[in-house]
Design a protein around this ligand. Sequence first.
Ligand SMILES: Nc1ncnc2c1ncn2[C@@H]1O[C@H](COP(=O)(O)OP(=O)(O)OP(=O)(O)O)[C@@H](O)[C@H]1O
Ligand SMILES: [Mg+2]
Length: 462
Amino acid sequence: MKALSVNLDQKRKGTYYSDRMHRILSVCQDCGLLWHDERVTYRNGQTEIRRVDDIQPTDQVLVTPHYEKYGLRVNPRVLPRLRSMASQFAYALNVPSAAVEVDGNIVYVRVPRPEEEGGGVVLFEHAWAIAPDIPRGSVLLGVDEDRHQLVLDLTSPSNVHAAVIGMTGSGKSTLMRTMILSAEMIGGVKVALFDPSDGFRPLSGHPSVWRGGLFKSAEDCERGLEALASSIGRGMNELTFVFVDEVPELIMRRPAIRDYLARLAQAGRHAGIHLILGAQHPLASELGPMTMRNIPVRLVGRVADRSAAYNATGRSDTNAESLRGKGDFIVVNGSTLQHFQAAYASPKLLAEWARRYPPREPRVPPRPVQARAIQHLAPASGFGSRGVGGRPLDDIPDFVVREIQRYIREHGRPPSSNWIYRLTKETLPTGGFNRDKARRAMAAAGAAFAAPIETSTPEEVA
Ligand SMILES: Nc1ncnc2c1ncn2[C@@H]1O[C@H](COP(=O)(O)OP(=O)(O)OP(=O)(O)O)[C@@H](O)[C@H]1O
Ligand SMILES: [Mg+2]
């Protein structure tokens, strides 16, 4: 279905749409934007004042399922002011919000349509049926304004990772469920599911789910993401989509998750791992700007205000603050922007899926610290097994290993070698561990892979 295009009558009077166009033009006139006078000097020295139109209506209104869009032809000199006038248009039209968007050489004043009951909902089944042969590596998002199916190809080099951002009720989890369900239906990829709010549960029983279930508690999520992060570069390049909802909450509970996500984001598409991260507000403060730069696709629903819209998209012209919520989204990647309605996997559809593939508990990877600690006990009790790198571990006392493990538990990251140096210097007759020995102590505690050891930063003396 194309967006309906309504022709306005010449006098712009009488009908609903022409009345609204008229009001928009009145606002422009009141602000002095409609025309300006120009002094023209002729060769013979005569001058004349001439009126130049700055804003002219196109005689058309586009009506999409969600919006009315009033087209204007605009002199570029008034464009910046026009763009700042969205709230004046909203006031004049008596609607909660309006937006000014530039599309090619036409500027549209976009006004949300009054909401009909159940109107605007795009069911997953319908969006899927538009073109059911979605290629492997892509996921379904929904439909665009022309009701064409919109998919996101995560394996394309310009996409790779995506963030889903919007305030509560904007439809993030719903959109992520749509993406997951489509990935499971398309096949050929693993989906790893992390969600403390349990919203992905109905989708967690499918055979393609990584480790057989949904990771829910922050602690399990930490272990799962740690295992994924340390799988990078080990040649297990199975295409994997990693869906993590409520990212800020997880990072708040388990700070190490930030580092695992950073590593996964950095690994890029050659590792075959693609992140889809959900958050209520822009993630830069949690993940840091470096990681955000590795996440080029932003799926943004309604956000609180202009600055949140800017932070979520990196652009100032998206008007994400005037989206309607409930699955009304834009997808932004660099300079491209597309508006869409997220497809809605209804509770009934999800329940059917869960009946077919009953949810199970995931096989949570064992905590590497514990696994290695067991290994470490062996030499201490005289079995003579060898530590990481083939060196004996028995020159590293048990309590050092235990202290390092306690540090990791409390801080969610391994200590610096400086910290180990101080610990051992104060308590051992042989003096503090040097860098090499600190590294082996860390290996014995199962933490060697977690971070490079720093000798030069004396910052963290716990
Ligand atoms: N695409 C959609 N179509 C129709 N309704 C939707 C859509 N997306 C969301 N909704 C409605 O909005 C409600 C909230 O959606 P959802 O739980 O996905 O929001 P959220 O952004 O994840 O919020 P929170 O941040 O609180 O988790 C849903 O229960 C549903 O009724
Ligand atoms: Mg949610």
